[in-house]
Ligand binder design. Structure first.
Ligand code: NAD
Length: 343
């Protein structure tokens, strides 16, 4: 039977809107802010952005649509109930999920089978997947090769810059993938970040991210130690922070994410809001675990990394309420352990 004109028109409309549309899956601390920048800047460029949002917690997608659809008349924000719906709706898919298990489930269980169907029906369909999750390098490579088998393209593009950078659109993207996929992704990434670095083939962005977070995880603990030690010696936290930040000990953990209340009077680190709204301790423990795993696979030594991983693990075990708080709350844990010692 020949397809009717209406059928062909509907199919062609679906193809057109899919090629114009972007789906964002994972609207957590980072994803919500990144999705907003991407959506609002695409809208300013085209005046008719098609945007699809999806999260395992449906309330997040509803809140996104409610918050922004009135501000941007003409834009279409649709909610996908599943990653499968999101993949069917858009030729650009961005994912920002907690870690390897979620990326595996979302891609292997939903996106890849959907792309097989979509590309199977119309070989002209193009799909670019950008995963900004921090996850295991090998899982990312497997998923990217699954997407490539459907005829789509995928990059790993984990980020550095935290929730503040996600909000301001100043993130750094560390990209792994082919030159061609990198070129395709660059205009999308530049709407959410300022530095976009092609680190090498699939998995290379994650390798760079894992090394960076290894440094960060260790530094945040030692800054907490120094801030507590200084105060026990009678130093004012603001004076101590200003000394460290203008000396050789200065680093992001001391100058932006200083864990001691009142240390950075002109800034607003998570410690000033009960360690809310930052990078969760549980996620930092996950990243230290990723570093530890790749180190044992490559027979690299991480004496400080292993010690830091153990400390974050103990923080969560002894004070589970800190698991979802910013990882600089390791300061509270060390402070509490210190006062137990003096009792
Ligand atoms: P988050 O836990 O706040 O957000 C993850 C989101 O994914 C949640 O909204 C969750 O509901 C959703 N989700 C989980 N499983 C899902 C599924 N199967 N389908 C759809 N949605 C699903 O985490 P975050 O802080 O936004 O971090 C996301 C990633 O970015 C992590 O890999 C983290 O390591 C990395 N990262 C975080 C920061 C930070 O400062 N928070 C900084 C750099 C990198």
């Amino acid at each position: 039977m020949r397809p009717s004109l209406r059928c062909l028109q509907a199919a062609s409309a679906a193809v057109t809107s899919r090629s114009k549309s972007t789906s964002f899956i994972g609207l957590g601390q980072m994803g919500y802010q990144m999705a907003y920048n991407l959506f609002s800047k695409q809208y300013l460029q085209t005046n008719d952005a098609y945007f699809v949002v999806c999260d395992a917690l449906p309330g997040s997608a509803v809140a996104f649509r409610e918050n922004f659809s009135k501000q941007y008349p003409g834009a279409q924000i649709n909610i996908a109930n599943t990653p499968e719906e999101a993949a069917r709706a858009s030729s650009r898919i961005v994912t920002m999920l907690p870690s390897s298990p979620q990326v595996k489930t979302v891609y292997t269980g939903s996106i890849i089978p959907t792309l097989h169907k979509v590309h199977g029906v119309n070989a002209n369909e193009e799909t670019l997947c950008i995963d900004s999750t921090t996850l295991d390098v090998e899982v990312a490579r497997q998923v990217a090769s699954g997407v490539a088998e459907t005829g789509g393209k995928m990059i790993d593009a984990p980020v550095s810059g935290g929730v503040t950078g996600a909000k301001a659109g100043t993130l750094s993207f560390l990209v792994g993938g082919t030159e061609n996929a990198f070129e395709m992704a660059h205009p999308v990434l530049s709407l959410m970040g300022q530095r976009i670095i092609h680190c090498g083939p699939s998995g290379a962005g994650l390798a760079a991210k894992i090394c960076n977070n290894l440094v960060l995880g260790v530094q945040q603990i030692v800054v907490a130690e120094a801030m507590l030690l200084g105060q026990s010696l009678g130093l004012d936290p603001a004076i101590l922070a200003s000394v460290i930040n203008s000396s050789t000990g200065g680093c992001w953990a001391s100058s932006v994410n200083n864990p001691a209340p009142s240390a950075l009077p002109e800034k607003s680190p998570p410690c000033e809001r009960e360690y809310e709204g930052g990078f969760a301790t549980a996620l930092m423990l996950k990243d230290m675990g990723l570093a530890s795993d790749v180190a044992s696979q490559t027979k690299s030594l991480l004496p400080l990394g292993e010690a830091a991983k153990q400390i974050y693990s103990t923080v969560i075990e002894k004070q589970p309420e800190l698991a979802r708080k910013d990882f600089s709350s390791v300061y509270c844990f060390l402070k509490d352990q210190g006062s137990l010692r003096t009792q």
